[in-house]
Design a protein around this ligand. Structure first.
Ligand SMILES: C[S@@+](CC[C@H](N)C(=O)[O-])C[C@H]1O[C@@H](n2cnc3c(N)ncnc32)[C@H](O)[C@@H]1O
Length: 230
């Protein structure tokens, strides 16, 4: 009897694992997809949010900012941002429609909007004062144990997306990139930006960083807030 139960459990576990792998593979086929998982939380980056609020208010305190949360998942990031930017209009975009449906169901703030992540939708609402790309421009944890990430998540994909997002950022606006597999400094558009130093916020360090040739970097990267100067 116990033997049968064990076999059943084994088969169940194998099927679950296979289903998970298959799901990951299918989602990986979406060419526009960055991070595959949807993990999120309320006020997930309190130090970072507070720092961006401080920097933004010190330089552009006369505007009601337009904020883009790229990879908003089920909405918690946008609802948290509301606490830091009371007057903002917040656009959350995600590539996963299920996440967007969940986010919309929870939303009772008329100045927060959730949209499918397409160039057209992002452009339609822009241009933005603040763009947040948090835990989205990466493939965690597929890139955890590799020394070259080209086959999993190539640099070109990261660069193409940040370029598109940068086109929608206003001059003087802030681009916030956190938990990414690459350094914004390695992109060809970095010349249009200056780094905003934030000693109180450091990269979490758990998402491996790779260079523009997709090779693993070992030095710690600490910058995550960039101001558009051109
Ligand atoms: C780990 S979650 C991060 C959620 C939130 N930003 C946070 O940090 O709590 C990554 C999200 O990015 C989304 N995503 C992946 N590729 C995307 C793309 N091209 N455009 C918009 N969202 C994308 C995923 O669907 C997922 O919801």
């Amino acid at each position: 009897m116990i033997h049968r139960k064990k076999i059943k459990e084994g088969i169940y576990n194998l099927l679950t694992l296979w289903k998970l792998q298959l799901k990951k593979k299918i989602r990986g086929f979406y060419s526009d997809q960055h991070q595959l998982t949807s993990t999120t939380a309320v006020n997930r980056y309190p130090e970072l949010f507070a720092e961006v609020q401080k920097i933004f208010l010190s330089s552009r305190n006369n505007v009601e900012p337009l904020i883009l949360s790229f990879g908003c998942s089920t909405g918690e990031e946008c609802f948290s941002l509301r606490e830091y930017f009371k007057d903002a209009k917040i656009i959350g975009v995600d590539i996963n429609n299920r996440n967007l449906r969940k986010a919309s169901r929870k939303n009772n703030d008329a100045r927060i909007k959730f949209l499918f992540s397409s160039t057209e939708n992002i452009e339609k609402e822009g241009k933005y004062d603040l763009i947040f790309c948090l835990s989205v421009l990466c493939r965690w944890e597929d890139t955890k144990n590799v020394t070259n990430c080209e086959r999993i998540y190539p640099f070109q994909k990261f660069e193409a997306s940040v370029k598109e997002l940068s086109n929608q950022l206003l001059e003087g606006g802030l681009l916030v990139i956190y938990n990414s597999n690459f350094r914004f400094e390695d992109t060809t558009i970095f010349g249009d930006y200056e780094i905003v130093k934030t000693p109180s916020v450091e990269d979490s360090g758990f998402v491996n960083k790779f260079d523009a040739n997709n090779n693993l970097l070992t030095d710690i990267h600490t910058t995550c807030i960039y101001r558009k100067i051109i």
